[in-house]
Ligand binder design. Structure first.
Ligand SMILES: [Zn+2]
Length: 259
């Protein structure tokens, strides 16, 4: 099983969280989002060099310098670039939006050049994000923890993008998310927790860990009327298609460098 978007470095002990996941059979993509988080993610992989990681600058941190992030990506060659994206949910004036776009475009330019996929955050920004994605049609990505409509998702699917289904799908009252998750083609679905940022049915966000991706799988399988194991096999295969064929490997836990 694969948690395609999570932030173990936002927990008290990222190392324990990652080990707990891998020992439970859950491989994961550990995502950075700003200079501090990227550095923590980089250090985590230094302990275990096969850990899939994403490095990038999230739209909430678009005021930070982008150049050092691009240099870090070039140097570290992560599995993916992210977390990138656009967020128009708060008070975003024209200047702030222009800066978010500039940062996003720089990262997608680099993704095209290095042939890396992206993991993207989009909030009230699907049309603008689509425009940037279309201008970078060689770059494929995942819309992580997607909360929009199925209609707005379709053009991304046509571009070859994937969609991350997260903890919201476990909530019986999350109608919009569940409606969209019930329609998306299963060969484009990735499972994720975005832990510890998003809660699940019966779990506060700060209690969620990558191992809980199984609950996402169970909820989605029930919603789609498929067996959990076949859904997991399909979404693992999707993750390998987007992020590379080794990404779901659980690897040799004994080869981890002890902290
Ligand atoms: Zn995230």
């Amino acid at each position: 099983m694969f948690d395609s978007h999570c932030h173990p470095t936002d927990t008290d002990d990222a190392w324990d969280v990652v080990q707990q996941a891998y020992r439970a059979g859950v491989a994961l993509l550990c995502c950075g989002y700003n200079a501090d988080a990227n550095e923590q993610v980089r250090r985590l992989r230094a302990r275990w060099c096969t850990l899939p990681i994403a490095l990038g600058l999230h739209p909430w941190f678009a005021s930070e310098a982008i150049e050092p992030v691009l240099e870090l990506i070039e140097h570290e060659r992560p599995t993916a670039i992210g977390e990138v994206g656009l967020d128009l949910s708060g008070e975003v004036d024209e200047r702030a939006l222009a800066r978010q776009r500039e940062v996003l475009e720089a990262q997608l330019d680099l993704a095209a050049r290095l042939e890396l996929p992206v993991t993207a955050h989009s909030r009230r920004a699907a049309p603008a994000l689509l425009e940037v994605a279309r201008n970078h049609s060689r770059v494929r990505g995942a819309l992580h923890a997607y909360g929009g409509s199925f209609e707005q998702l379709v053009p991304f699917l046509r571009l070859g993008w994937f969609v991350g289904v997260g903890g919201a799908v476990t909530r019986p009252n999350a109608r919009r998310v569940r409606r969209c998750a019930s329609r998306v083609p299963l060969d484009r679905v990735l499972l994720e927790t975005d832990s510890p940022a998003i809660g699940m049915h019966g779990l506060e966000s700060n209690q969620v860990r990558p191992v809980h991706v199984r609950r996402v799988a169970e909820s989605l399988a029930e919603l789609r009327g498929v067996e959990v194991e076949s859904l997991v096999a399909q979404t693992d295969s999707n993750a390998r298609e987007l992020f590379g064929r080794d990404v779901t490997e659980l690897g040799d836990l004994d080869s981890w460098t002890t902290p």
